[in-house]
Design a binder for this molecule. Structure first.
Ligand SMILES: C[S@@+](CC[C@H](N)C(=O)[O-])C[C@H]1O[C@@H](n2cnc3c(N)ncnc32)[C@H](O)[C@@H]1O
Length: 387
């Protein structure tokens, strides 16, 4: 994370060197702003379990390996890994097999706050004490798996060939590896003048975003096709959209294309930053359509699609009083700051970043009713196994 006040152009930096959700345990931290993702993930557990039912079981002496790609630093990843492993244990036991030992790899970019994540991990169950898997599962607050963190971009290789049984990734693959080519270049037709996101952009900008998403997803699939074991399974969830038009980004569009966009314009109008400064920042997120996603899986050819659908996730706004505009405004600003704050800090410095998010909050507060009614996330859910 860039130090407060340090001014770096996001455009020229490899995003994977700096992107992360807000770490720690503060008000705008991911650990405290990921309840919506938790709820959305829970609503898809039946699809996850269905995917796990398709995983081939191996001999008990071979460790079973689960990976969460884009795990971030909250409790969600620990919850999901637990669900996956408990489901697999049940499957082994139902067939009368002794369950194997389990390994879980928590993977994210190097700037992720792995320290906070590791501190949230329950202690390892005492395998040496000779307790059985049943006893281990009955012991609250113990994990029946070995854990490790793996830093690196999921758009490249992260694991040895044929070493992973289950890949899980949620709410991460809509993050592009970089701001698409041309989008920040004044000489390009894809230059996204006046905007900080694809939402409402011109056709050329939209094309650049779409191309970047598809190139990134292709890299992701190539890497996983080497790393996954035969008989393994991959369960992927990312922001998606229902519109065929990529400049209508749905929930992501409302999040980054309205009050967040207007807050950048406020900074320009108040002469706190130049318009060039605003135009040299773009959010590297793309919510694909089913078609965008499917084309890449089919072109790659390694994976069979077991399931591919757009799933209504619901609102990302978790508020106790939906009628309290101030609470809604703060919630929206917190979400934006949690996911994009690190990039904004790096682009305009910590002080101006605070100013920006104050304006997001103010604007969202005065549109609270609309936000409660209209802000909805849709997700692409994909369950893949080897073709
Ligand atoms: C919204 S969080 C999702 C966290 C978690 N999966 C959950 O369900 O709550 C998105 C995560 O994706 C990670 N991410 C984005 N691009 C990535 C990349 N290229 N490689 C690995 N992780 C990436 C971010 O660092 C961030 O932690």
């Amino acid at each position: 994370m860039a130090p407060k006040g340090h001014n770096v152009a996001v455009s020229n930096m490899k995003l994977e060197r700096m992107l992360s959700m807000r770490g720690g345990k503060g008000e705008a931290s991911y650990a405290n702003n990921s309840q919506a993702q938790a709820q959305h993930a829970r609503s898809m557990l039946h699809l996850l379990r269905e995917a796990l039912d398709g995983v081939q079981l191996e001999l008990p002496e071979v460790p079973f390996v689960v990976v969460d790609l884009g795990c971030s630093c909250g409790g969600n990843t620990i919850y999901i890994v637990d669900v996956v492993i408990k489901h697999m244990i049940k499957r082994f036991e139902a067939l009368g097999f002794e369950p194997p030992e389990f390994s879980a790899f928590f993977s994210d970019l190097p700037s992720n706050d792995f320290n906070t994540l590791f501190q949230l991990l329950p202690p390892l169950a005492n395998y040496d004490g000779g307790i059985s898997m049943e006893e281990c599962l009955a012991t609250d607050n113990h994990r029946p798996y070995f854990a490790a963190g793996v830093p690196g971009s999921f758009y490249r290789r992260l694991f040895p060939a044929r070493s992973i049984n289950v890949f899980y990734s949620a709410f991460s693959l809509h993050w592009l590896s970089q701001v698409p080519e041309g989008v920040l270049d004044k000489r390009s037709t894809a230059y996204n003048k006046g905007r900080v996101f694809i939402h409402g952009a011109n056709e050329s900008t939209a094309h650049a975003y779409r191309k970047q998403f598809q190139a990134d997803l292709a890299g992701f699939l190539r890497a996983r096709s080497v790393e996954m074991k035969r008989g393994g399974s991959m369960f992927l969830v990312c922001l998606g959209r229902t519109s065929v038009d990529p400049t209508d980004q749905g929930g992501a569009g409302l999040l980054f294309g309205t009050h967040f966009q207007d807050a950048w314009d406020d900074l320009v109008q108040e002469s706190l930053i130049s318009s060039e400064k605003r135009d040299s920042f773009n959010i590297p997120v793309y919510a694909p359509s089913l078609q965008d996603f499917k084309e890449v899986v089919e072109a790659d050819g390694s994976f069979a699609i077991k399931k591919l659908e757009v799933f209504r996730g619901g609102s990302p706004l978790i508020v106790s009083q939906p009628d309290d505009s101030a609470e809604v405004g703060r919630a929206l600003a917190n979400i934006c700051q949690t996911v994009a704050g690190v990039l904004v800090d790096a682009h305009i410095g910590g002080r101006l970043s605070e100013e920006l998010f104050l304006r997001v909050e103010r604007r969202a507060t005065s549109h609270a009713k609309e936000l409660i009614e209209q802000l909805q996330f849709f997700h692409i859910v994909a369950s893949l196994s080897f073709a």
